[in-house]
Design a protein around this ligand. Structure first.
Ligand code: ADP
Ligand code: MG
Length: 222
């Protein structure tokens, strides 16, 4: 409807402003961090670590918005899905096992997809990070590659805390987070990237049971 369109336009505009602000903030932020490190050498500063970690948080938010504002460095190529996923799974193996989490990977069928490798890696990482954070007392993530019609299915199913309907509805809304250290940007980036790849995202969740994130990406040419 027209109202939905206007809402979308507003979101796009807000996104552009956010990227602009992120860009403007990056340089002074880098300067402040550098100066602070120098000052710390001269005088042992009180609360230095806290100030530094808060600056690092700002830095992360800024970087995540800048990812969104850089469509020109996107390279769409025909890539096999499996090696991209394996690379990310290897990165997460240690963190998962340290948290008592098992990663169960099943490759039923993988395909060539037309994608930007780094962006798809980013998607897998953001989703796995959420899965790990949803299981503070351990659990498992089932990862599946399969075919669904003309789409490559990539599924991440965790046995974590799950989401209420309200949280699920607002997933992908910038800064909407339920975590004390979260920034609510991870899933917004996931949605943007999947949209740019003409894919689809289907998320189901049940409180205390877990969350399943299904990504559908159009199959390319072998
Ligand atoms: P952040 O992780 O910084 O909070 P995200 O955009 O990645 O931001 O996620 C937004 C919110 O969605 C999270 O704060 C959490 O409440 C919920 N969420 C996302 N993924 C999961 C998951 N796998 N299990 C439970 N909750 C999740
Ligand atoms: Mg996250």
């Amino acid at each position: 409807t027209e109202e939905m369109l206007r809402h979308t336009e507003k979101l796009v505009f807000a996104g552009q402003i956010a990227v602009g602000i992120a860009h403007e903030i990056r340089n002074p932020l880098t300067t402040v961090k550098g100066m602070l490190q120098l000052a710390e050498k001269d005088t042992r500063m009180r609360h230095y670590d806290l100030i530094m970690s808060e600056l690092e948080r700002m830095n992360l938010i800024v970087s995540e918005f800048l990812i969104l504002g850089k469509p020109q460095v996107v390279h769409f190529l025909q890539e096999r899905c499996l090696p991209i996923l394996e690379e990310v799974l290897n990165l997460f193996e240690i963190e998962a096992s340290l948290n008592g989490i098992t990663l169960d990977f099943q490759n039923k069928r993988d395909h060539v997809i037309r994608c930007d490798r780094n962006q798809i890696k980013q998607v897998f990482m953001n989703i796995l990070k959420n899965a790990v954070e949803a299981m503070p007392y351990g659990g498992s993530v089932q990862i599946l590659l399969d075919t669904e019609g003309a789409y490559q299915l990539i599924r991440f199913a965790d046995t974590g805390v799950g989401m209420t309907d309200d949280v699920l509805q607002r997933l992908g809304e910038p800064f909407h987070t339920t975590k004390p250290e979260g920034n609510g940007l991870g899933m917004m980036i996931v949605k943007k990237i999947i949209e740019a790849h003409k894919g689809r995202l289907v998320i189901t969740s049940a409180v205390h049971e877990g969350t399943t994130v299904d990504i559908y990406l159009p199959i390319g040419q072998a």
